[in-house]
Structures are given as structure tokens and as C-alpha cells.
Design a protein around this ligand. Structure first.
Ligand code: SF4
Length: 305
């Protein structure tokens, strides 16, 4: 066989190595996010929300892996909400979860009809749809005594949301890795907060998860989000690393360098000249011209009038 022809066995070996590296990276990043935000504690019962998309399958898989090696004990319960969208393949998730052998529930709630009835034709349906879904999941979490609700949003979702809120909502906010619900009754966690979407995509393809299409509701994904996604993908191609930098910036906020008086009290800033003044670089090179008025000028090193 010529040297440049890769045998099937070598190809399989190479793919296996790539997969192992990818899985390790996703586990490491998920583990770090969980630790950084204290997402999972001893005795937690985590309700893992499964939509049938690549992100939630990956989240469940990685959490199950971590559960085996974690120094603490916690439970995982998979929950899918069947919103009765036309063509939703009802059998796919139960079949998959039965084979996994974990505790799971499917909530049947026809939010699709509610949304169709309430929202005029052509208007965006996502706002009401996600509110109904959130309400249902929050109350179900209480019904099954879940202490945390895990969602499959990843780093790219969080960066997208940051720009979405900035461009269309005039506010600097995103999806936090951990969130206490407004009524204080639930905590939402996003264990994939440090994972890149392209890694999740590759992982889902390797694992051949039975993906359920996400356009069954017939609603175009929010146009504004699509625009932001396209912009970020272009940046990522042109300047690799930019998404990581933006995400790092989300974790490194200097309130005194922003402009929100509600978060930083600019009104109370006071000068303090009691300490020794630091010597500025190249200060000797400067000359001063002008006409001092009485005692306003107390000390000048070089006065060249
Ligand atoms: S895309 Fe469809 S299912 Fe998703 S939030 Fe919007 S209306 Fe609901």
C-alpha cells in the first residue's frame, strides 16, 4: 500500500483520538463551569431539560459522565416538554432515554395551539412560546422536587445574547451561568457555559444523537438573533479567538470604567493628595508655558515662562 494512503483502521483510530480529546475538553470545561459557579451541590436533584437538539443531548451525556467521577452525589432527571408542534416525533426521546436507563419525564402541553391562537399571523411567536415553556418547566421542577434546572445553552449562546440585548435592548446583559428565578423558587444552571458550539456540534455528530429538528413550530428563528449569529460567525472566521475574548470580557467587568451610576457611585468620587505623587514617565521632558494666577500654582518642576 502506498505511504500516502491511510488505511481504514488508521482512520478509525484517528477519529477515536479526536473524539476522546473533544470529550475530554467538553468535560473539563463543564466541570470548570460547575465549580466556578457552584452549580451542583451534594444531594442535588438536577432536572436536565432535553429538547432533542444537539446541545441538550450533549449536556445530558457530559453530566452523566461527570456524575460517575464526581466527589459528590447528585441525581439527574431528564425532562422533555412536548409542545405539540406538528410533526414532533414523540417516540424519539422516550426511546433514547429508555435505552440510557435514567429517570425521565415527558410533559405534554399544547403550547403550540395557544401561541397560534394568541399571536397574529406573521408576528414573532418566540416570546410567548418561551414564557409558556419556562413557566411549565419551573412548576414541574417543584413537582418532582428538582433542586436545579439545567439548560443546554453554551458560550456562543451567551455571547449572542449579550449582543442581542445590546443592539436591540440597549442593555449590557446576557444569560448567566446560574440564575435564581424572579420568585426565588428555582435555580437555573447552564453547565455548558464554557463550551463552544462548534465542539458541541462535532460531539453530537460523533455520538449520532437522534436530533429532533428545531423548526417544527414553523416560526423562523428570531431574525435579530440570526443577524447577530451571522456577525459573530464572520468575526470568528476573520479573527479566531474573538468569541473567547468577548466571553472573557463578560467575566472581567470594571464597573468604574462603564457608565451606569446605579452600579458605581460616580457622584462620590473625591480627590486625595495626601500620599506621595507618583512620577510619570518622561515627565522631565515637558516644558510649561502660561501665566499663573496668584497661588493657584503651588509647585512646578520646570517653569519656563
Ligand atoms: S422557535 Fe418555535 S419553539 Fe422555539 S421559542 Fe420560537 S416559537 Fe417556540
Amino acid at each position: 500500500m502506498p505511504d500516502n494512503v491511510v488505511s481504514n483502521a488508521e482512520l478509525v483510530k484517528k477519529q477515536r483520538t479526536q473524539f476522546n480529546k473533544l470529550q475530554k475538553r467538553l468535560r473539563r470545561e463543564t466541570g470548570k463551569a460547575i465549580a466556578d459557579f457552584n452549580m451542583i451541590e451534594e444531594g442535588d436533584r438536577i432536572m436536565v431539560c432535553l429538547s432533542g437538539g444537539k446541545d441538550s443531548y450533549t449536556m445530558l451525556h457530559i453530566l452523566m459522565g461527570l456524575q460517575k467521577s464526581a466527589p459528590i452525589q447528585f441525581d439527574l432527571v431528564a425532562v422533555n416538554m412536548d409542545q405539540k408542534q406538528p410533526g414532533f416525533p414523540e417516540h424519539v426521546l422516550p426511546q433514547y432515554l429508555d435505552a440510557l436507563g435514567i429517570e425521565y419525564y415527558v410533559i405534554n402541553r399544547d403550547t403550540y395551539s395557544v401561541v397560534k391562537e394568541k399571536i397574529p399571523e406573521g408576528a414573532t411567536t418566540c416570546g410567548l412560546c418561551s414564557r409558556l415553556r419556562r413557566g411549565t418547566l419551573y412548576s414541574f421542577a417543584e413537582d418532582i422536587n428538582a433542586t436545579k434546572i439545567a439548560l443546554g445553552h453554551h458560550r456562543d449562546d451567551m455571547v449572542e445574547t449579550l449582543f442581542l440585548n445590546m443592539f436591540y435592548g440597549s442593555r449590557l446583559s446576557s444569560m448567566p451561568p446560574k440564575l435564581l428565578s424572579d420568585d426565588g423558587r428555582n435555580i437555573v444552571i447552564r453547565p455548558l457555559a464554557y463550551c463552544r458550539e462548534k465542539d458541541i456540534e462535532k460531539f453530537a455528530a460523533f455520538k449520532e444523537f437522534p436530533i429532533i429538528p428545531c423548526n417544527l413550530c414553523g416560526s423562523q428563528e428570531n431574525l435579530q438573533r440570526q443577524n447577530i449569529k451571522a456577525m459573530l460567525q464572520q468575526w470568528d472566521r476573520q479573527t479566531p479567538g474573538r468569541i473567547e475574548h468577548i466571553f472573557s470580557a463578560m467575566q472581567n467587568i470594571k464597573l468604574s470604567q462603564m457608565a451606569d451610576p446605579a452600579l458605581f457611585d460616580f457622584s462620590q468620587l473625591q480627590i486625595d493628595r495626601s500620599g506621595e505623587r507618583k512620577v510619570y514617565e518622561f515627565a522631565d521632558d515637558q516644558t510649561i508655558e502660561g501665566k499663573p494666577a496668584n497661588a493657584a500654582v503651588q509647585k512646578m518642576d520646570v517653569l519656563n515662562l
